[in-house]
Write a protein that binds this ligand. Structure first.
Ligand code: 5GP
Length: 190
């Protein structure tokens, strides 16, 4: 059986990765399954454990790291996030395409393990637009806003390292560009 493709979706915090991700996952033609990350950050209202993330304790996360169960992991805004390896292997071996959403530093370690993964960097329409989005999303927490803006600036500096850059000035357009990239890789590998 042909193995599935691993698609890595990355870009700064609040650039709209979540919205793009959901649209891609809904598209049956893409045969795309979401790689659910482990995180130590608290569950937000509306989030579902085992769907959006596996919400785990610090101790459980440390155990996953110690047992080398994560393809990569990072600390972000005081919490840990990581990509469980077994889940990705399982889906890819079954011929399913897998979508991994990570912050930009997570991409390198994944590419080391899965060199033919398709990495896509999502750009904001502008830095001003991104700052506006971050401020709107985290309006009650000034310290978190500043941390996320600083982190977003650092992440944007990594953009030139990516061959596939998609600007999210229009979600429909961004989604269809990414869909085309995935279908092209799928065709090339068939
Ligand atoms: P949030 O707390 O807003 O859900 O996520 C914060 C950041 O962590 C986002 O940029 C998201 O893409 C990233 N992230 C989520 N899961 C993972 C993961 O497993 N590994 C890495 N490196 N980053 C992740």
């Amino acid at each position: 059986m042909t193995k599935g493709i691993v698609v890595i979706l990355t870009g700064a915090s609040s650039v709209g990765k979540g919205q793009i991700r959901n649209r891609l996952l809904e598209d049956e033609e893409l045969n795309l399954f979401y790689s659910i990350s482990e995180t130590t950050r608290p569950q937000k209202e509306g989030e579902v454990d085992g769907k959006d993330y596996y919400f785990v304790s610090h101790e459980a996360f440390a155990e996953s790291v110690k047992n080398k169960e994560l393809l990569e992991y990072t600390e972000f805004n005081g919490y840990y996030y990581g990509t469980p390896k077994a889940q990705v292997d399982f889906l890819v071996d079954k011929g399913k395409n897998v979508l991994i959403e990570v912050e930009a530093q997570g991409v390198g370690p994944i590419k080391l393990s899965i060199p033919d993964a398709l990495a896509i960097f999502v750009m904001p329409a502008s830095m001003e637009e991104l700052e506006k989005q971050i401020e709107m999303r985290y309006k009650d927490d000034e310290a978190s806003i500043q941390r996320r803006i600083n982190k977003a600036k650092m992440e944007m500096e990594l953009a030139p390292l990516f061959r596939n850059i998609v600007t999210n000035d229009d979600v429909d357009k961004a989604v269809s560009e990414i869909k085309e990239l995935i279908l092209k890789v799928q065709k090339d590998r068939a």
